[in-house]
Design a binder for this molecule. Sequence first.
Ligand code: AMP
Length: 417
Amino acid sequence: MQTIPRVKGTQDFLNMCLYQFIIDSFSEHCALYHFNRIETPIIEHIELFKRTLGSYTDVVGKEMFIIKSPGDNKDELCLRPEATASTMRAFLESQQLMPWKVFSYGPMFRYERPQKGRYRQFHQINIEIIGAEHVSQDALLIMLLDRYFHEKLKLNSYALQINYLGSYEDRKKYTQLLKTFVDGVDGICDTCIIRKEKNTVRIFDCKNETCQKLYEDAPTMIDNLSAESKKEWERLQDELSLLSITFSVNPRLVRGLDYYNKTVFEFSSGQLGAQNAFCGGGRYDRLAQEVGSKKEIPSLGAAIGIERLMLLLEPLIDSLALPQPKPLFVVMPLSEEQNPLALLVADTLHAAQLSSDILLDGDSLKSMMKKANKMGASYALLIGDEEQRNKSILVKNMMTGDQEQIKQIDLVDYLRK
Ligand code: AMP
């Protein structure tokens, strides 16, 4: 029989060191900024995303993993494609104090065409401030992220792009202006024809070079802001400059999801190839109302793609302060008669917080030593008839080959040294 392969677009993480390092370092960083960790379910009602992301976004339109529930259950459920809507739902259901500053991490699911850095099950860290009105909150969130990438992870080769989509009123007026512009150009692709009608600003996300050329002279959002929005947009840039955060303005940055207004931003790196964004976010003042709140709750957030961050960190792994594994002691009973004693010895080591493994399936001494070597053991602890009789252990240093007979009662003290 053939082995059943993993599902297309998914991956097995067989060494979690780097992944865990990212989670731990981000959690530590978030604690400094007073953000708390939360976790929301992986399954949600489809309605949550239809309402918030917009029916015409790619994510809702063609990338949802829909779950067939057993029995007559008519609930339309799906695997979450992102975490912001869930966080807002959790906020509204639990009535937390604002600002609610939280982060979470876990798998997301989108039926995309897999390629390097793009998966159908991928992992994100999400960070949100629910109840954040002032534009300085945007600067705070961007600062948190930039300091994490630059100071904590020591990444240099990335760029931060920002844009300002204005208030919902600004956006409405601008959309009309843009639509009139696009109506006047010939030769746009079929996707853009649909986007023009349904969600005009998303024409800027088109990968088609002909389209991009045609949009070079299109009016931009930041040139068409109301006086109030313009003031906020300038203030954001001033505050980022004050904080010495390097950024560039990309008037065509709109991001794929419908709910953004005002600030949007993206961190990207040329080292990632086509899928170059490893973090993106922005403001979503009306999202709460889409989820069912009676009033607007100005909020903002961001998502970091863990796989893409791992791709960036892999070449730098030696310079990262990854936790070093503890020395490993491998207990080797020389026959099955010694297995019970070996279990007791291992138990004593674990109780003393010493890391040990144990070879219980019987093998020649030579092949057990080979295994211990491959396992990266610092010491082999051999237990044969003689050791069992004398209540001792033969302790062998795997580096030097030196060995010494140690009384079982003295073993922990000896190994600690
Ligand atoms: P988004 O939720 O679309 O704003 O994406 C935020 C971040 O998640 C992106 O910048 C990527 O780093 C990551 N991401 C989004 N989609 C995928 C995917 N299909 N595979 C891997 N990472 C992804």
